[in-house]
Ligand binder design. Structure first.
Ligand code: IPM
Ligand code: MN
Length: 359
């Protein structure tokens, strides 16, 4: 297969983990005889510094011309601490999602047995947890009408975000969720706040209408506050959960830590145009340039990329290599066992590349 991949490494630890992600894609492509080409493009803080735009038109074109985007992370503390900054690196990520029509964000929450002791939850609660959060990614408060803080006619400062959804937006994300549920344990949980929010009542109404079309799937409905609780009390309850943009943002951070390994979780964003594959974690500016960032989430994002194109064996080999590296304690410092040898970002990546080459 021929694959054109746009490489958006972004900021912070992004370029370091991306180097390993690209090396792994390259190794897999060689192994299986695929012709993969990479094209780098600017995004995030980096792009603001160089061209004044966190998602420049040229980057958009590179993404549109590619079959897939491999994305690392964006963000820089110099923007975080400046509420008056006119442009922010995160706007690049949001622009990318919107312009590529990436309405479905697939975030698997899977546990690695050897890392369960890192979870803040008790082993027996978290062991075996395996669910997917499908987060709507181009609607809701992120993109609804906004008013930035302004003084109103009564002299009071006010601001506004709007949680706006249309029926087609809800229908298309629910369809994606049902497709995933059908391929898994056939249990879909629709997470909303229909007891309070009108937008959630639309979600629930549409879901209740669609559920009978998927008789093989058990659909249940849960308020988001309850879902947040259930995720830590009994994460094994969930198989596929689907929710709106803001709720999904919050719940997936919660999901990522209960596995004990935020640095290990990949994600895929799919929709109308080129799909994007990226780690769930951020740009970790403190870790930049130190060769200590865990490249596994980036590498597993590459596995999701291959799987998206139905290249299952390729994806499986990457997952096997990652499991093997963990089993053999070839790990970055934050997950290394006490007294174990120290491996950096590069060394872990290289070990995985060698494993793939020799498989
Ligand atoms: C995420 C991130 C982004 C979001 C930020 C960086 C804009 O937290 O991908 O979850 O809120 O969607
Ligand atoms: Mn988030």
């Amino acid at each position: 297969m021929k694959l054109k991949i746009a490489v958006l490494a972004g900021d912070g630890i992004g370029p370091e983990i991306m180097e390993q992600g690209v090396a792994v894609v390259d190794a897999v492509a060689k192994k299986f005889g695929h012709e993969v080409s990479f094209k780098k493009a600017l995004c995030g803080a980096h792009a603001i510094d160089e061209v004044g735009d966190p998602f420049p038109e040229e980057t958009f074109q590179t993404c549109m011309e590619a079959d897939a985007v491999l994305f690392a992370s964006v963000g820089d503390p110099k923007f975080d601490n400046n509420p008056n900054a006119k442009v922010r690196p995160e706007q690049g990520l949001l622009a990318m999602r919107k312009k590529l029509g990436l309405f479905a964000n697939i975030r698997p929450v899977t546990t690695f047995d050897c890392l369960i002791h890192k979870s803040p939850l008790k082993d027996e609660i978290v062991k075996g947890a395996d669910f997917i959060c499908i987060r709507e990614l181009t609607g809701g408060m992120y993109f609804g009408k906004k008013v930035e803080p302004t003084i109103n006619e009564n002299g009071v400062e006010e601001a506004l975000d709007t949680n706006y959804y249309t029926r087609p937006e809800v229908e298309r994300i629910l369809k994606v969720a049902y497709q995933y549920a059908r391929q898994r344990r056939k249990h879909l949980t629709v997470v909303d706040k229909a007891n309070v929010l009108a937008s959630s009542r639309l979600w629930r109404k549409v879901a209740q209408e669609m559920a009978p079309n998927y008789p093989d799937v058990t659909t249940d409905y849960m308020y988001v506050d309850n879902a947040a609780m259930r995720m830590i009390q009994d994460p094994k309850f969930f198989d596929v959960m689907v929710t709106e943009n803001t709720f999904g943002d919050i719940l997936t951070d919660e999901g990522s830590v209960i596995t004990g390994s935020m640095g290990l979780l990949p994600s895929a964003s799919t929709g109308e145009h080129t799909p994007v594959f990226e780690p769930i974690h951020g740009s970790w500016p403190q870790g930049k340039g130190l060769n200590i960032a865990n490249p596994l989430a980036q590498i597993l994002s590459a596995a999701m990329l291959f799987e998206y194109f139905d290249l299952k064996e390729e994806g499986a080999l990457i997952r096997k290599a990652v499991d093997a590296s963990l089993d053999q304690n070839v790990r970055t410092p934050e997950i290394q066992v006490e007294g174990g040898a120290k491996y950096g970002t590069k060394e872990v990546g290289q070990w995985i590349v060698n494993y793939i080459q020799n498989a």
